[in-house]
Design a protein around this ligand. Structure first.
Ligand code: OAD
Length: 239
């Protein structure tokens, strides 16, 4: 795996670094991606963007929970991989380091990353569909409690579903960092879902060098200063 001398120099000289990760960074931990290799994830015959939608929460919350509890079930046996650990080290290397993830699996924090901006929420939290109180459901599979202990309304996963806004403040914070960084890495994401993917564009238009780490080409590849065709767990520890 070759990292160009030019990129190595940029990496060593960088003061402000931002990284956007997607499902691919957890692939080597055994977490399935949504897309890739020409395939799209399906649950009980339903494309994942149908079961992971705000409409399904309204129409069939039990089914939505079944899908998320299933994912929580296999995630409990998944550990962070070399890519997560490499990024946890990067946070101590630069004057300003920001890790933004689209992942809801909590593996960055498990590897030791601090202050991760989780754009799409976290699978181990739920919130009340009425009063929006948050609940930590880590370790409870299937999830408990099922209902809010204050207003008794059903809980739902604290994740961003198709048709919903991002958590208040999360994108704004990430956007500010993307606009001011020297180096922006886009790792393990198909770069198809906005506004997350737009952070890479913002960074590039604001003057940062843009680097992609992904075994496959994405719509962002042609826009990058460097593309490294490889697995995150093999590439990131090389820096
Ligand atoms: P995707 O599943 O769309 O894309 C995964 C990407 O990871 C693909 O481009 C793969 O080529 C790449 N990949 C696979 N293995 C890899 C490895 N070992 N190292 C590096 N890259 C690898 O995942 P996201 O881009 O994260 O949103 O998807 C974005 C959003 O779409 C998700 O957050 C989720 C989904 O809908 C919500 O649930 C709201």
């Amino acid at each position: 795996m070759l990292i160009s001398d030019e990129l190595k120099e940029k990496f060593e000289a960088a003061k402000r670094v931002c990284v956007l990760t997607g499902a691919g960074i957890s692939a080597e931990s055994g977490v399935p991606t949504f897309r890739g290799g020409g395939n799209v994830a399906v649950w009980k015959g339903m494309p994942f963007d149908q079961i992971s939608s705000v409409r399904m929460v309204r129409e069939n919350l039990a089914e939505v929970w079944e899908w998320f509890d299933y994912r929580r079930g296999f995630l409990k046996d998944c550990q962070p991989n070399a890519a997560h650990f490499a990024l946890a080290e990067w946070q101590n290397k630069f004057d300003d380091f920001t890790l933004v993830t689209q992942n809801i699996d909590g593996l960055h924090a498990a590897a030791g990353s601090r202050d991760v901006i989780e754009l799409h929420g976290n699978i181990n939290r739920a919130y009340c569909t009425c009063c929006e109180r948050r609940f930590d459901i880590r370790g409870a599979i299937p999830h408990t409690p099922e209902n809010c202990d204050e207003c008794f309304a059903p809980l739902r996963p604290d994740v961003v579903l198709f048709g919903e806004m991002l958590p208040i403040g999360a994108f704004e914070k990430a956007e500010k960092k993307a606009r001011s960084c020297d180096l922006f890495f886009i790792v393990g994401t198909s770069a198809l879902v906005y506004p997350a993917a737009g952070l890479a564009e913002l960074a590039k238009y604001s003057g940062a060098s843009l680097v992609e780490v992904n075994p496959e080409e994405t719509p962002m590849s042609g826009f990058c200063d460097e593309t490294i065709r490889g697995k995150a767990g093999e590439v990131l520890p090389l820096f």
